[in-house]
Design a binder for this molecule. Structure first.
Ligand code: DX5
Ligand code: ZN
Length: 219
């Protein structure tokens, strides 16, 4: 069964609590928290995402799926561990070397949190193979990180199926999350490629009835 993680990046100002409540009622499986520092990517959502996450944590038991698009991953791990997320995902491209990546995996676990590694469209999937036995999720970016509302890059589907083939062949238990430009038109192809968690922002938040979209994405 596929799960849906709704990105709250495009939640409209002033409609936050209404939107989060509607998403809960629509049975999103996770809230996807897109943390951007204005350095790793152009946009800066750091403060806003910290505020939103602490608000959601106070009003909902739903798990928080924190996607760090930041250079200073260590500080972000400390800041976002405070809102008791289900999983913290960092970008392999923001790590200077493998040792740093292993250190971050350890630090996230020491903060009682599951670990994800995310890769940008131009990064080869092989780059993260060695970390797979130690993490819970691979977040495959299907758009360039940095903003919502973009179009899914279809050659990312091959990357997802290559990863799925590798983890199946090597009996590695890891979730594959696809993130960016996912909607009702392309979600079947993303699932067929092997993703078992779909991130959607615009496709859900712009809909009149969130539940219809979330149910369709899960089908
Ligand atoms: C982009 C973010 C994605 C994005 C998803 O940097 O990581 O999570 O907000 O939003 P949509 O579904 O609108 O592409
Ligand atoms: Zn994201």
């Amino acid at each position: 069964m596929v799960e849906v993680s709704t990105s709250i990046l495009s939640v409209k100002k002033g409609e936050e609590s209404e939107t989060f409540f509607k998403l809960e009622k629509a049975k999103t499986d996770y809230f996807h928290i897109d943390v951007m520092d204005g350095k790793f990517v152009e946009n800066d959502t750091y403060k806003k995402m910290l505020e939103y996450s602490s608000y959601i944590r106070r009003i909902s038991n739903l798990p928080l799926d924190v996607h760090l698009m930041v250079e200073d991953i260590k500080t972000a791990i400390y800041d976002f561990s405070s809102i008791d997320p289900n999983i913290i995902t960092f970008h392999i491209e923001a790590c200077k070397n493998k040792e740093e990546a292993y250190e971050l995996i350890k630090l996230i676990k020491q903060n009682n949190c599951k670990v994800g590694i995310s890769i940008k469209p131009d990064t080869d999937i092989e780059k993260i193979y060695e970390f797979l036995p130690f993490i819970h999720m691979v977040l495959v970016m299907t758009v360039e990180p940095g903003k919502g509302g973009q179009t899914l890059l279809s050659d990312m589907l091959n990357k997802i199926s290559k990863l799925k083939e590798y983890v199946d062949k090597n009996n590695i238990e890891v979730d594959i999350e696809a993130d960016g430009g996912i909607n009702l038109k392309n979600c079947d192809k993303v699932k067929e490629a092997g993703a078992n968690i779909l991130v959607a922002g615009t496709a859900i938040i712009s809909a009149v009835d969130y539940k219809v979209i979330i149910d369709e994405l899960k089908r």
